[in-house]
Design a protein around this ligand. Structure first.
Ligand code: HEM
Length: 224
């Protein structure tokens, strides 16, 4: 090996030694060198939604009072039948339905949840005002054209929680409140969406007197 080649060889060898020393020192000193802070591996927790439970929506029948007077805003929905001789008003919250009925009569007025035909299995509420005294009955019709005895006479329960009524100027108005689902076998649940009803009114305050007018309709409740 000539002198020049020897110098080259020594130069390369020392360069390799220097590089290896650098690598080794890098490995051993790595622990003390501050690591860049790692990107968070856990996703940032989602912002919690507005509390939905425990904050019930406002009632749909604000300021309901069973005083036999149907005030503006007391009911969200209404429907007129028999050219306005029978009017039905309703609203609900998560637990109850509030109903007002007004008919051109000094006799009885009634409404019934009836998912079938005619009067059979109709879950009726029947009311009248006699000498200033209000009667509201929770009935259930057992046949196509009655009879419709009170639920309590059939082994059920009276589920009219509050009621009131008036008779004035040839009109009878009855208001009442009941649970959307009473649990009584002689009541039908009232649910979101369409509920088929029948309505009727009679000329006198008599539970057995046939209607002077009657018909079909529906109560529509918003999604719960
Ligand atoms: C108060 C005693 C009642 C009697 C004696 C009675 C009797 C009758 C009779 C005989 C019919 C067949 C003749 C007709 O269509 O007019 C009938 C039909 C009907 N009733 Fe009554 N009803 C009474 C109460 C009610 C009540 C409280 C309601 C509703 C809440 C009602 C709703 C209806 C309806 C919707 C029909 C028509 C059925 C059809 O033909 O599709 N009824 N009722």
């Amino acid at each position: 090996m000539d002198k020049c080649a020897l110098i080259k060889y020594l130069y390369i060898a020392s360069a390799l030694l220097f590089l290896s020393a650098l690598v080794i020192s890098g490995l051993s000193c790595g622990e003390s060198a501050p690591e860049p802070s790692p990107a968070p591996s856990v996703p940032t927790p989602a912002i919690p939604e507005e509390p939905s439970s425990g904050t019930p929506p406002p009632p749909l029948s604000a300021g309901w009072t069973p005083d036999g007077l149907i005030g503006g805003g007391e009911y969200l929905s209404e429907m007129a039948y028999a050219n306005g001789d029978y009017e039905l008003f309703w609203g609900s919250d998560q637990q109850y339905i509030y109903i007002g009925m007004r008919a051109k009569t000094s006799g009885w007025v009634a409404v019934a949840v009836q998912p079938g035909n005619r009067m059979k299995d109709a879950d009726m509420v029947f009311g009248y005002v006699e000498d200033g005294e209000v009667t509201v009955l929770d009935l259930y019709s057992t046949g196509d054209f009655g009879p419709h005895p009170p639920d309590i006479e059939q082994g059920g329960t009276d589920d009219i929680i509050e009621y009131g009524g008036t008779e004035a100027d040839g009109y009878t108005t009855i208001e009442f409140k009941r649970a959307l689902a009473t649990g009584d076998q002689y009541d039908h649940d009232v649910s979101s969406g369409k509920n088929q009803i029948i309505w009727a009114f009679g000329a006198r305050d008599n539970l057995n007197l046939k209607h002077s007018q009657r018909g079909y309709g529906e109560i529509v409740l918003p999604p719960g």
